[in-house]
Design a protein around this ligand. Structure first.
Ligand SMILES: [Fe+2]
Ligand SMILES: [Fe+2]
Length: 279
């Protein structure tokens, strides 16, 4: 497989073009067509696609990593350009989700779920294909499906909740899925927020593909929102794995990105708006 991955939406801008926003999206060009992984929060995807010369009308499939607004908010703008298109996601992508903000002794609830109803997105052309298991979605392209939480140090974010059967529960994100490209260089893994834990995801991918050589990992790791101890445990395991390049974005945050740079040096890059990865 030959091609290129370009970060379309991300929190930071690094090439003097495009707009930053809280969110993530990657445009994937391959010999078999173009794909979109996530859509950002909706403020920058169309503008950035023009600036980066990526034609959203050419997208063959959309993959959604999970139901947070900063990955799904751009869906209407993209669908208005693609028309009818397959949208792959987990059934829990439509859950109502809450971020509980604790500041100065006060608690504030903020809605952070998918901002649009399924029917509205379908009226714009979305054909939802819902999966829970590891699934082949193209030649050499796979979705992880649900990732089991096995690493004892990978804890859920204590400020994120989901409404399940009328009850507010800690969000365990069964819908968190990542995309795998199986290339000659090795596996390329694209993460949304890695809510099920970066190490859990990598181990799941190794188990499902039977391969352990990662050419590159790109995307959000959520490490900035977790404890320093979890970051250190994650770094310890990552350095023992076969990873050629690591490109962090979005909810990785600066603290965790600097820490990963310390370990990976020339193998590290920051996946800001406009950064690319040759497949
Ligand atoms: Fe996110
Ligand atoms: Fe998220």
């Amino acid at each position: 497989m030959k091609g290129r991955i370009t970060v379309l939406c991300e929190n930071t801008v690094g090439r003097r073009i495009g707009f930053g926003e809280h969110g993530f999206s990657a445009f994937i060009e391959t010999g078999q067509g173009n794909y979109l992984f996530d859509t950002g929060s909706g403020h920058s995807i169309v503008k950035n696609s023009h600036e980066l010369d990526k034609n959203l009308r050419t997208i063959r499939k959309i993959f959604v990593s999970h139901g947070h607004y900063d990955h799904t908010g751009g869906l209407p703008e993209v669908l208005k350009l693609t028309g009818e298109v397959d949208v792959h996601a987990h059934p829990h992508v439509f859950l109502d989700r809450i971020h509980l903000i604790r500041e100065n002794g006060k608690e504030t609830k903020r809605f952070v779920g998918i901002p649009y109803k399924r029917r509205y997105l379908e009226s714009l052309g979305a054909h939802f294909i819902l999966n829970t298991n590891f699934e082949k979605v193209g030649k050499g392209i796979f979705l992880t499906g649900e990732v089991r939480r096995k690493a004892s140090f990978e804890k859920p974010d204590p400020s994120l909740f989901a409404e399940i059967d009328g009850k507010t529960k800690t969000d365990m994100f069964p819908d968190d899925q990542s995309l795998i490209l199986d290339t000659k260089k090795g596996l390329i893994l694209i993460l949304g927020c890695a809510h099920s834990g970066m190490i859990n995801i990598l181990n799941h991918v190794i188990k499902k593909t039977g391969k352990e050589k990662f050419y590159a990992i790109l995307g959000g790791t959520h490490l900035d929102f977790l404890t320093p101890e979890q970051l250190e445990e994650t770094v310890k395991v990552l350095t023992k794995m076969k990873i050629e390049k690591i490109g962090t974005s979005h909810c990785t945050g600066m603290r965790a990105a600097f820490r990963l740079y310390q370990e990976f040096r020339e193998r590290f890059f920051y996946g800001h708006v406009g950064s690319t990865l040759e497949i």
